[in-house]
Write a protein that binds this ligand. Sequence first.
Ligand code: ZN
Length: 161
Amino acid sequence: MKIAANTVVSIDYVLRDDEGDVVDSSEGEEPLAYIHGHEQIVPGLERALDGRVKGDTVDAKIEPKDGYGERDDKRILRITRDELPPGMKPAIGMEVGAEDEDGEHIPFWITEVRDKEIVLDGNHPLAGKTLHFAVKIVDVRAATKEELSHGHVHGTGGHHH
Ligand code: ZN
């Protein structure tokens, strides 16, 4: 079976940046499982995997616009400690959710922790970066009706419920 829309794809992957440093990897975990064609992984990787089959290895170099987007300095926010959720101990890299006017969840990441002030960045930590993926396709199967209606994978690498 080829990878196409509405297939469940399981991959082992290593993600490196331009310097060759590993920034993310499925090593030591279950393979990542996602439903193809539903924007569950970055668009450039989804395109690179399209049409491939189980057992293929894929090396993909993905520009920021096809990855986590370009950086936008307007998405940097400075708040005081008392604006954080109660009981939260801020640390660099931690995700803090905010809501826009429409109640949509917008993730921010803590990039600086000072005595009184916390700096949040609404850019994904990998925004503006070229992504170098080394992927091994572990499995390809048709998504079930239930998975398509829930919008996520069930079983290995997905939801257990
Ligand atoms: Zn479900």
